[in-house]
Ligand binder design. Structure first.
Ligand code: NAD
Ligand code: FES
Length: 296
């Protein structure tokens, strides 16, 4: 069992939990995710890691309720425990493998939307710990839905925006990118955008125009996170990939977001899944339990 040391509601439908999971905390890196299960019969829920403390042996997760399983999870309190807490899974963010001195020469722009702020945090924190400054745009629908503002301000140069203008400035994250690049003349070598699919789509359209390479995280299209359900199948350039096995991070300029969002909608219904099976065959089911390895 994996004890919950802290459980807190950050905003409407958004919850933070600190979980004792020493083995995960010892080995995880920014960009990776865990799969949690509340009890024996619970659904597997993949969640990108929001923070980790190797000494304390803890992992911080942030999630939004969106159905029976996450509603059940939100009712857990400090002192309760998860039945399963598996990880770290997926691939870490590309930059953690790069030479730190080379990274120091790069100018990073992070774009975080809504709950997507949680997976951005460990990346910016990792860079800060390695002496690399980054600009971070955080967008929320309104002031009440803004999360991790204080934490993010401690590790990056923060630019907050709200859709309704209830806090700091009015506008979407893309308006801030335009301001920084076109009005303030800032130059970026790498953008990392994490948030709802629609946000990542429009950030990528803009950064393509501005010639800024952009990484996105396709955590939102994952369902079981194991490579077996086929929900997270996506075309990246001319290759078929699975977000949970090959990602979750990909070159955003190579993703057909419209197709991915359409597929995501279809996957939600039984009829849609049957249609996908007809169109794609069984390629989304990894043979011999091999997670998506047949499509590499
Ligand atoms: P939201 O709808 O409140 O959007 C957050 C911000 O994204 C907005 O404030 C805006 O600045 C920007 N945005 C939205 N639509 C845009 C558009 N058309 N053009 C430009 N910018 C736009 O976000 P939310 O309700 O917190 O999002 C929840 C979604 O985030 C869920 O679908 C969830 O799956 C996803 N999510 C993604 C990740 C990830 O790893 N990518 C992690 C956690 C959650
Ligand atoms: Fe099921 Fe990736 S989430 S195959």
């Amino acid at each position: 069992m994996y004890p919950i040391l802290k459980a807190e509601q950050l905003a409407e439908k958004i919850f933070l939990m600190v979980v004792k999971a020493p083995r995960v905390a010892k080995n995880c890196l920014p960009g990776e995710f865990v799969i949690v299960k509340t009890d024996e019969k619970g659904e597997r829920i993949p969640l990108t890691i929001c923070d980790y403390d190797r000494e304390e042996g803890t992992i911080t997760i942030v999630f939004q309720t969106a159905g029976a399983s996450t509603e059940k999870m939100a009712k857990l309190k400090a002192g309760d425990a998860f039945q399963d807490f598996v990880g770290p899974l997926g691939n870490p963010s590309e930059f953690v493998k790069e030479d730190v001195e080379e990274l120091k020469k790069k100018k990073f722009l992070f774009v975080a939307g809504g709950v997507g702020t949680a997976p951005v945090y460990p990346q910016v924190k990792w860079l800060k710990e390695h002496g690399i400054e980054a600009d971070v745009i955080v967008g929320a629908k309104n002031k009440d839905l803004l999360i991790l503002e204080k934490e993010m301000a401690e590790v990056g140069n923060l630019y907050v925006t709200t859709d309704d203008g209830s806090y700091v400035r009015k506008g979407m994250v893309t308006d801030v990118i335009k301001d920084l690049v076109e009005q303030q003349g800032k130059k970026y070598d790498q953008c990392v955008a994490i948030g709802p699919m629609i946000m990542m789509k429009f950030v990528c359209l803009l950064t393509k125009e501005l010639n800024i390479p952009t990484i996105v995280s396709l955590n939102p299209i994952m369902v079981d996170g194991t490579g077996m359900c086929g929900a997270c199948r996506v075309t990246v350039g001319d290759k078929i990939k699975f977000a949970c096995v090959d990602g979750p991070e990909f070159d955003g300029h190579l993703i057909d977001f419209d197709a991915a969002m359409k597929r995501q909608q279809m996957y939600k219904t039984e009829e849609g899944r049957a249609l996908l099976k007809q169109q794609e065959g069984d390629t989304h089911h990894a043979p011999n339990g091999g997670c998506g390895s047949h499509v590499k």
